[in-house]
Design a protein around this ligand. Structure first.
Ligand code: NAD
Ligand code: MG
Length: 396
């Protein structure tokens, strides 16, 4: 039966890869709704090719999009705006699958709307889960939403777990001893602190193996991406933080591993292309074809592994600390990081100031349990304010 897909963040890197996978399977999937925050030309092209029922943009872009649709004779697509529009399409009764691929905290409410509506939610927007953690997992259990990981590491772990793990997420029951989260190390692997202080946004966004949006590219360069992923894995797989080990693996061929108490280590491998985890999460428990070439082990004959350098890349340990502390601390970590990354991208602070700003926010907001989504949004705003002040002080 044809499944209706809603793509939150269709103009981004994950959104575009999702459309590419869907285009290969028009008999199985229809694009029902798409959303974008900018790049109207891309949205118009998507509307022409996929003819969605709805497109969601910020209110400020509504008239411009209306005009562009008129000029391109797009008549089948209704334009909605802002958060109300995002939540409406994410929870629409005709939608079967929601791809949550908005970047950052802006994705929280629409992702949550999809979860609460009991959809099959393909989770790329890790920040939403980092911010809301237990509350999102609880909502998913209540609504029986199927929360499937698209982040390549979590998708790999999911593939290495027994199929019934999602019904009964219990590491002891299944004899799991540890999760190994692999990290490429980013573009600055093996650089020291002094050298890192002088790197530019353009250098940070040039990832050696993956082509991604700017924010996650910077997060990969600081290793905060792995920190956010550590928190994401704790929630998705109900595993305590101390049983998740980060392994630097520069080739990005093994996407993560699960170790069992009998000495087995299961790994998922493949060429680094997000179409693979997207296709897996779309079709699970079945498989659908992608254009990603099969791994050729004769050309890829070497796999290396090393420990992370916590001195030059302190972000990973900050995330571990925030997860260990629990409550609202991961929300604080995420908000301060978003502010700091934004400031680095617009050349207001140095690369090495990013973890300093995150650490300062974590030390200045006290622990409290996360009571509700409203509470989380208030803490998010408070952490942003503190981090913004720090940015102005450090600013050049
Ligand atoms: P991107 O910057 O390429 O795209 C982001 C999308 O979000 C765009 O469609 C943009 O229009 C939309 N958006 C941005 N700000 C918004 C706002 N305020 N309100 C509504 N929409 C907004 O990012 P990406 O690389 O595709 O990443 C998307 C998410 O997926 C991130 O959370 C990222 O961590 C995660 N992810 C990405 C990759 C990857 O390979 N790119 C891999 C794993 C996980
Ligand atoms: Mg990842």
């Amino acid at each position: 039966m044809l499944q209706n897909v809603c793509i939150l963040g269709a103009t981004g890197s994950i959104g575009q890869s999702t459309l590419k996978v869907l285009a290969e399977h028009p008999e199985q999937y229809a694009v029902f709704a798409v959303t974008g925050f900018s790049r109207l030309d891309v949205l118009v092209q998507i509307c022409q090719q996929y003819q969605p029922k709805f497109v969601v943009v910020p209110k400020a872009l509504q008239d411009q999009l209306h005009q562009a649709c008129f000029e391109h004779k797009i008549t089948q697509t209704e334009i909605l705006t802002d958060n109300a529009g995002l939540e409406y399409v994410a929870s629409h009764p005709d939608v079967d699958v929601v791809m949550a691929a908005i970047v950052g905290s802006a994705g929280l409410l629409p992702t949550l709307a999809a979860v609460r509506a009991g959809k099959r939610v393909l989770l790329a927007n890790k920040e939403a889960l980092v911010m809301s953690g237990d509350l999102m997992m609880q909502s998913a259990r209540q609504s029986q939403a199927l929360l499937l990981p698209v982040d390549s590491e979590h998708n790999a772990i999911f593939q290495c777990l027994p199929e019934s793990y999602c019904v009964q997420p219990n590491i002891e029951h299944f004899g799991i001893s540890q999760l190994l989260l692999t990290a490429s190390g980013g573009p600055f692997l093996n650089m020291g602190r002094q050298e890192l202080a002088a790197v530019t946004p353009a250098q940070a966004c040039k990832h050696p193996n993956w082509s991604m949006g700017q924010k996650i590219s910077v997060d990969s360069a600081t290793l905060m991406n792995k920190g956010l992923e550590l928190i994401e894995a704790c929630h998705l797989f109900a595993v305590p933080e101390h049983l998740i080990k980060v392994v630097i693996h520069p080739q990005s061929i093994i996407h993560s591993m699960v170790q069992y108490i009998d000495g087995s280590t299961l790994a998922q491998m493949g060429n680094p292309d997000m179409c693979t985890p997207i296709a897996h999460a779309l079709a699970w428990p079945k498989r659908i074809a992608t254009t990603v070439p099969a791994l050729d082990l004769f050309t890829q004959h070497r796999l290396d592994f090393q420990e992370p350098d916590h001195f030059s890349f302190p972000s990973l340990n900050l995330a571990r600390m925030a997860m260990k502390a629990g409550g609202v601390m991961p929300t604080v970590l995420n908000a301060a990081n978003e502010v700091a990354v934004d400031a680095f991208l617009s050349k207001r602070i140095t690369f090495t100031a990013i973890p300093e700003i995150v650490e300062s926010a974590l030390s200045r907001i006290e622990y409290s349990p996360a009571m509700s989504i409203e509470h989380i949004l208030a803490i998010d705003a408070q952490a942003r304010q503190i981090a913004s002040q720090d940015v102005s002080q450090k600013g050049r």
